[in-house]
Every structure is written in C-alpha cells, then in structure tokens.
Design a protein around this ligand. Structure first.
Ligand code: ZN
Length: 384
C-alpha cells in the first residue's frame, strides 16, 4: 500500500475507517483515502501572454548565463540552483518561469515562510504583469488557482500533478528538510521537473548531484560583484566576549546591527543586557509581532536587535552588520552560520558589511563556514 498523497508505505500509518483505508502520516492535511486516486483539482488554463516579463534591474552577465542555462536544463532534469546568499535567486528563475508560462504550462513556487510568500507574490506580479499571480498561504486560501501560484510548502497538499515546473525555495530548511511527508506531497504536486533554490544544499541534495539525478548550476557572485563578507572568528570566555561585543557594536554605531544567539532564552537575556547600554530589540520564534518588530528595526537604520536563527533566511536589511554570539553552539550547523553571515552586504547601496563570530571554544563549523565563503569569493574572481 502507498499513500497517494505523501507516498508513505509504512503500514503502521495506515488505518481503516468507516469509508476505507486512510493514511495517518499526512492526516493533518485532510484525510487521504487510499482506494480513491487523489482526484486532481482541475486548474484553469494559463492565460495567453502570461509569460511576458519585465525585470526591474538588468541581470549581470553571470546571472544571465545561469538563468538561461537553467531555463534549458529544467526541461529535462531537476535543477539545483546553488547560489550564494544575496545572489538574486528569484531573478535567476524568471526566465524559466516565463518559458513555461509561454507554453501554457503551470508553475508553482513553494516557500517555507508565509511572509516571504506574500512579498514574493508582489514582486512576481510586477515581473509578470499579464499573468494572474496568486499567493496561497495561511489567511490566503480563498483562491487556489492562478497562472503562477506562490505558496507555502505546506499548501502544496492542495495540488495533484498540477505543476509542470515546481520551484522549491530553501529545501534544506525547516519545514521541508527531513520531512518525508512534505517530500512526498511535493512529488505528488508536480508532474514536471523541480528547481531547488538554496545557498546551502544539504547532504541529500549533494548525493543526488553525485548520482546524476540532479543537475547543479552555481553562482558565486552577488549582483554588485563585491566579495561576500567573511566572518572574523574570536575565541574567548563570555565575559571578554561581551566586552568585545560592546566594542563591536560601538564601532558600527549608525548602522543596523544584528546579534544572533542560539536560543530564545539567550535572545531575551542578550536584549535585556544590551539595553543597559543602548536600545535593543528582540526577535525570536515566540515574538508575536515579528513583522512589526522587523519593520521598526529596518526603519530605524541604526538599531540593534538580538535574535535567534528565526531571522537567518529570507531577510534583507540594508547595511546590516552581523555578530553571532556563541557561534560554536551545537545548535548552529554550517548552513545556519553561512545564512547568518549572508545577511551582510546584500544591497547595491551597501555591498559590504562586517561579520563577527564570537566563540568560547574551537569550532570546526565556524572555520568551515569561513572557508566556504572564502572559496566562493575565490571562484567568483576566477570567473570574471
Ligand atoms: Zn499520506
């Protein structure tokens, strides 16, 4: 037996109810009966002219060549677009999206976080002015069919063999990473090929590249062409580390400064302690008004925020300076460190930034992150 939706084959998840067998592994997404082939929600045809697009900025030569190659390769293979943080992932897939829409084919774009779904819908609606671009996420589920469908990863359960191209953003992050159910649901939703977008592919993706079932395209440079900020690593006990942190905050006064810490408790503690010296905000997964806190932080332009890895992805604050406190904590993996460092130097107006890792003990991951960014910079130069 196999669940038609999440592809589960483990018999311990199958239960027999009054209407027949169903799968409990993916039951949070409505009950899937095993006997009935999941009926494909019939979607409307793609409107003619939907594929016309207009970018706000011209692509760099490097971006153009990756974007064009992607639009070719995705026709016959799944693609991993491995590009450094801030390389303009969305712009790299617009040519692929356009190519599909022009042929009347459906495109889905699945993203882990709801806020990013809404932002991306706005942006893609501008790029594709003739297409009906919709967002499907918590609070926006009234309309589920459009020419180009942007949704949270969880909402993919609504679609069965619906997409000729499915773009999965940050597949190495929660909730997609390690979730058999979401992997199965994404497979069910898509009838064509997939494009995975990430700066930090996980082992599973690297293994697929090795075995040849995933075609990798790499972009090492950001559009502004400046090297990625590489973290400085300092190792010392907490007391001295805190003195260093205060000094660092002072050095970068006048700019937005983000202090990443490993836990929610540490974020609250850090925000409280720093507020003895300067105003300091706090943002964690428990912060109820996250969007508002971030907007205030952006608007201040010289604020300080203590935060957890909840802000490690999908966030751009112009001219942000980054410090990771307890960068040797086992809570952070290499990908998390790369993503946090990747918050610096993202915009054309502020292409540089400072990244500081404060550790108490030797951390091979912190050094691995440093090396990874140095190598990306070296490759980027060798390509020019
Ligand atoms: Zn299932």
């Amino acid at each position: 037996m196999q669940c038609p939706r999440c592809k589960n084959t483990d018999p311990s998840y199958f239960y027999k109810g009054s209407k027949g067998w169903y799968c409990r592994k993916c039951i949070v997404f409505q009950r899937a009966m095993l006997e009935e082939e999941e009926e494909a929600v019939s979607l409307a045809d793609v409107k003619e002219g939907s594929g016309e697009y207009l970018l706000q900025y011209p692509l760099t030569e490097a971006q153009k060549s990756v974007a064009m190659e992607c639009a070719e390769v995705m026709r016959h293979s799944d693609v991993l677009l491995h590009c450094v943080c801030g390389a303009g992932k969305t712009e790299l897939v617009t040519a692929s999206i356009a190519a599909m829409l022009k042929e009347g084919k459906k495109v889905g774009f699945a993203i882990p976080r709801r806020q990013v779904v809404l932002e991306l819908r706005e942006r893609l609606a501008q790029y594709f002015p003739h297409a009906h671009v919709i967002a499907v996420c918590g609070g926006h589920t009234g309309e589920t069919d459009g020419d180009l469908i942007i949704c949270t990863t969880h909402q993919l359960f609504r679609y069965t063999k619906a997409f000729d191209l499915l773009i999965l953003d940050e597949p190495d992050a929660f909730p997609y990473r390690g979730s058999d159910v979401l992997h199965g649901i994404a497979e069910t939703a898509c009838r064509g090929h997939r494009i995975y977008l990430t700066a930090t592919p996980d082992e599973e993706m690297k293994a697929r590249v090795e075995e040849g079932s995933l075609h990798v395209l790499t972009l090492y440079a950001r559009p502004h062409g400046k090297p990625l900020p590489v973290p400085k690593i300092l190792r010392m006990p907490h007391v001295f580390g805190f003195v260093c942190l205060l000094k660092w905050l002072k050095e970068h006064a006048g700019k937005p400064r983000m202090v990443f810490v490993p836990t929610i408790k540490a974020a609250r503690w850090m925000a409280w302690l720093l507020s003895l010296w300067m105003p300091c905000k706090c943002c964690t997964s428990r912060t109820s008004d996250k969007d508002q806190v971030m907007e205030e932080f952006r608007n201040e332009k010289d604020g300080v925020i203590a935060c957890t890895s909840v802000l490690e992805r999908g966030i751009t604050v112009p001219d942000a300076q980054i410090c990771v406190w307890d960068a040797d904590s086992e809570i952070f993996d290499e990908a998390a460190l790369v993503q946090m460092a990747g918050r610096a130097g993202r915009t054309m107006t502020a292409p540089e930034g400072d990244v500081l890792f404060l550790c108490r003990s030797y951390s091979s991951l912190a050094y691995a992150c440093q090396k990874q960014l140095e190598e990306a910079n070296a490759y980027a130069v060798s390509f020019v």
